[in-house]
Design a protein around this ligand. Structure first.
Ligand SMILES: NC(=O)c1ccc[n+]([C@@H]2O[C@H](COP(=O)([O-])OP(=O)(O)OC[C@H]3O[C@@H](n4cnc5c(N)ncnc54)[C@H](OP(=O)(O)O)[C@@H]3O)[C@@H](O)[C@H]2O)c1
Length: 320
């Protein structure tokens, strides 16, 4: 692991740096936002709940000042934090959020597709996608494509959070495979794996199609104290066992929420990450480059996933 303070800082009075993050109010996204803010970025936090996001903005502001004072009160201009409403389960909301940002900014330096849900019960969204597929992948695809012109203005970076769980997709499954079978406890992981494989495939395709932007995907680490596991830990009675189970995993293999943000921060800020060497690559905990699954690496399958997504969005009135 490395110290995020060692990453480049941009004085907002001299240079404006813009970051957009989905789900920056909680878990890994919270610490990613905190550090970007401390590194001088204007951060657009895109979230579905205004109360939660505004509370996070106020907490992050306080925490950044507390850390500056604790570090000896070094004078350092902080960035700024702005809330944008975004519900990833509604494509219209995604489009609205992107156009609001596009009206306010001429360029985006970093886009972080961070928000996600994991292993929830089967549900279809009003747009007609399985809920994990839309939240984790399809809506981020649309969001990214809408913001791409702004990212291309400044050779920006696109960082998308995948997961080690993508390995559960052990052979390429057709994108309209819903896995709506029982028991949910097994098939929900197949649905999650498909979304996180699609995130890696999307990143690889973006890197090929738009080589002027740095596109990477990553697994942040096993970060057991975020809200990602709350569906399982809140189940009546057996929730306690799941909570204990997650705590044990966390004790032996886990990292803290803040350490979980390091891979994203390295990909977002480090001068060591560059287009020639890293475009389309997959990283893991702490920002180390690693290999994705055999399925996620296959470019023919990645192209099929891309074509499916473009068609599905077009069928719903969203041309990308
Ligand atoms: N934690 C891990 O061990 C782990 C491992 C591998 C990958 N990841 C990935 O890391 C990312 C961050 O997860 P986390 O662990 O930090 O979980 P988290 O604390 O639950 O954060 C998830 C964020 O996504 C937001 N979100 C969920 N559904 C949304 C929707 N429909 N519209 C807008 N925002 C939505 C949540 O907003 P609300 O607060 O409003 O719910 C929250 O801000 C996810 O993509 C996850 O798959 C995590």
């Amino acid at each position: 692991m490395f110290d995020p303070d060692s990453l480049p800082y941009y004085d907002p009075l001299i240079e404006t740096k813009i970051a957009v993050i989905t789900g920056g109010n909680s878990g890994i996204g919270y610490y990613t936002t905190l550090h970007l803010y401390m590194h001088g970025f204007t951060v657009y936090i895109c979230g579905r709940n205004s109360h939660k996001t505004n509370t996070a903005i106020s907490d992050i502001t306080k925490e950044a000042k507390r850390r500056l004072i604790a570090n000896g009160g070094v004078l350092q201009n902080l960035g700024s934090l702005k809330y944008i409403h975004l519900d990833l389960t509604a494509l219209k909301s995604v489009e609205r959020a992107a156009s609001k940002i596009a009206k306010m900014e001429k360029k985006i330096d970093v886009l972080i597709n961070n928000a996600g849900i994991m292993a929830v019960p089967f549900e279809m969204t009003r747009d007609g996608f399985e809920i994990q597929m839309q939240t984790n992948y399809v809506s981020h695809f649309l969001f990214t494509m809408r913001l791409l012109p702004l990212l291309r203005e400044c050779n920006g970076r696109i960082i998308s959070l995948s997961s080690i769980g993508h390995h559960f997709e052990f052979s390429y499954w057709k994108m309209d495979q819903l896995w709506d079978y029982k028991p949910n406890m097994i098939f929900t992981w197949f649905r999650y794996a498909m979304t996180k494989t699609a995130v890696i495939q999307f990143t690889k395709m973006l890197a090929i199609k738009y080589p002027d932007v740095i596109c990477v995907s990553l697994h942040p680490g096993l970060v057991m104290n975020t809200n990602l596991f709350s569906y399982w830990t809140r189940l009546p009675i057996i929730g306690i066992f799941f909570w204990l189970f997650f705590q044990v995993i966390g004790y032996f293999f886990g990292v803290s929420n803040e350490q979980g943000s390091l891979a994203t921060l390295k990909c977002a800020l480090s001068d060591d990450i560059n287009i020639e060497k890293h475009n389309g690559k997959y990283f893991t905990t702490g920002g180390l480059e690693t290999k994705s699954s055999y399925v996620a690496k296959n470019l023919d399958d990645a192209a099929s996933t891309w074509i499916w997504t473009v068609h599905e969005l077009k069928n719903r009135g969203f041309d990308v």
